[in-house]
Design a protein around this ligand. Structure first.
Ligand code: ADP
Ligand code: SF4
Ligand code: MG
Length: 313
């Protein structure tokens, strides 16, 4: 691995068994990830964008060590197979369901530290107060329960919890998708400020192109469990080379309109139970031709980007 790489995936697959024969052998799979090559570099924000069901959350869980790769390899700069002590923390879409409703927030915020180090209650409270302040929650609220806060405040609490163990990488899976538009911007700006202060590395997952554009240094565009375009944000979202990326950008003229809404108006997403042959995008691609019957590898594009399309060669 290179010095600035924290994590690297090579040809990673995640196939979930969903049907078994009478011997208990899996006979049918959901092909959630199908050969993902990706590295995460210290201090960057890597945006992952793609429509619902393309494998974003599976990728997040794989990075966290919560889902095993069924093929390919995962290399980590820091040892440790799961999130426990591995330098990884995650912020989920729905803070409501990811915060234990029975615990005061000071305990929630310091849960990761408690699990790792079993520190004293006084030191946990002091840490919770410090982190709460950093995310914009007043220290006098530390004994309150999650339901006493708004959605945006709960997401701030989730972020404080993720920060408590000083992770190398924070995986943010649709961190603002459940929030009102006005609150979304506040949370994104908070994440940016924390990143500057603490030199954090983010993997930001979103189906919302504008969120990814606003936040990311590099962008990976996913389609049916593959990355189809990867490069600097300005390059990928400014001069997209893959027909899917172009469709994705054309179909999201408004920040508030989701990709899923826009694309579901066009051709339906193929099933990931039975993967297409050749280029996975050919049924929906406006530029499809005979050569698209061949499987497509990532090829070098402009400015160090990589593109999974024969036309980009
Ligand atoms: N535990 C699971 N078992 C079986 N299929 C799953 C499981 N988790 C996700 N999937 C399927 O894998 C595909 C990718 O899902 P997901 O990673 O959640 O995508 P996204 O986050 O981009 O919407 C979907 O078809 C989804 O239904
Ligand atoms: S390989 Fe063919 S079908 Fe696939 S994205 Fe490129 S032009 Fe479209
Ligand atoms: Mg998801």
């Amino acid at each position: 691995m290179n010095a600035d790489e924290l994590l690297r995936l090579e040809r990673v697959q995640v196939h979930y068994p969903v049907k078994y024969n009478w011997r208990g052998r899996p006979v049918n799979f959901v092909h959630a990830l199908n050969g993902v090559d990706l590295s995460i570099r210290r201090g960057e924000t890597l945006g992952i964008v793609g429509e619902s069901g393309c494998g974003k959350s599976t990728l997040a869980q794989l990075l966290m060590g919560l889902v095993p790769a069924t093929g390919g390899e995962v290399f980590r700069a820091r040892e440790g197979g799961s999130w426990f002590g591995s330098g990884m923390q995650m912020v989920f879409q729905d803070p409501q369901s990811s915060l234990d409703p029975r615990l005061p927030i000071w305990r929630i915020i310091t849960e990761p530290v408690y699990i790792q180090k079993r520190s004293s209650e006084a030191s946990r409270r002091a840490l919770a107060a410090e982190l709460a302040e950093q995310v914009g929650i007043r220290a006098e609220y530390l004994d309150r329960l999650p339901h006493e806060f708004s959605g945006g405040q709960r997401q701030r609490i989730s972020i404080a919890r993720a920060l408590s163990s000083e992770p190398d990488i924070m995986v943010l899976d649709e961190p603002t998708s459940a929030l009102d538009i006005s609150v979304q911007a506040q949370i994104l700006n908070l994440l940016k400020a924390l990143q500057r202060q603490r030199n954090l590395t983010y993997v930001l997952i979103s189906h919302n192109v504008s969120v990814v554009r606003h936040m990311s240094d590099r962008v990976a565009v996913m389609y049916l469990g593959q990355i189809v375009e990867l490069g600097q944000t300005a390059q990928v979202l400014g001069q997209p080379a893959h027909p899917y990326t172009r469709l994705l950008l054309d179909s999201t003229p408004h920040a508030s309109r989701s990709l899923d809404e826009a694309l579901s108006l066009a051709v339906e997403l193929p099933s990931n139970r039975q993967l297409p042959t050749g280029c996975f995008f050919k049924e929906r691609c406006p530029q499809a031709c005979a050569g698209c019957e061949q499987p497509q590898a990532m090829v070098p594009g402009v400015q160090g980007s990589r593109v999974r399309c024969q036309l980009a060669r």
